[in-house]
Design a binder for this molecule. Sequence first.
Ligand SMILES: Nc1nc2c(ncn2[C@@H]2O[C@H](COP(=O)(O)OP(=O)(O)OP(=O)(O)O)[C@@H](O)[C@H]2O)c(=O)[nH]1
Ligand SMILES: [Zn+2]
Length: 205
Amino acid sequence: MSVVFVAVSQLPTPFGVFSMHGFLDQDTGKEHVALTMGEVGNGLPVLGRLHSECLTGDALFSMRCDCGFQLEAALQAIATEGRGVLLYLRQEGRGIGLLNKIRAYALQDAGADTVEANERLGFAPDQRDYAICKPMLEHLGIAELNLMTNNPRKVKALEEFGIRVAERKPLQIAANPHNRKYLLTKAGKLGHLLGDIHQGEAEQS
Ligand SMILES: Nc1nc2c(ncn2[C@@H]2O[C@H](COP(=O)(O)OP(=O)(O)OP(=O)(O)O)[C@@H](O)[C@H]2O)c(=O)[nH]1
Ligand SMILES: [Zn+2]
């Protein structure tokens, strides 16, 4: 695995001050980040999140997906616990990249769901590879996570390369009229464990 640690600094946020660890994947040139708070390398399970890059949701306030809301909720949960890790993985668009995600969104605007759109563009529904997490977690001394996710494939991937998941913690955000179909497709076709997706719409509308 070609992911190497490069530098660490502080990152003050509205949630608290994190340590920001920068990594380089020498094979792809991708730059990944781990945010940590508290003592994460002491052998006890760490509250954790693997967050896949979503420029539109994380930085541009998109309501098409739940990513930005999940990012905020995960950082808040880590800050509340005073200890945890968030890996910010540069796997934009479930691994197809930003421009292809915009192409996929155009197909979704015309009626396709998120899986059909990826397939029409010649991609698998989810092209992410979580192997990059292993050297990052090893560098941080983390072997066991309480993982915030609704995606059982993330749990399986971590366990396959030797990171124990002591507990899966759901990270479900209230749906809005713009992301309800996307969330229903995630639950129906991508295997995400989501509760009542209709819940929360009344609050949003
Ligand atoms: N190709 C594509 N990627 C999307 C779309 N909407 C969000 N994404 C990307 O999906 C990734 C987030 O994945 P999700 O399926 O929302 O959630 P997850 O990470 O699998 O699961 P959770 O841990 O429960 O959040 C990010 O890389 C987003 O950029 C879409 O419509 N098409
Ligand atoms: Zn998103």
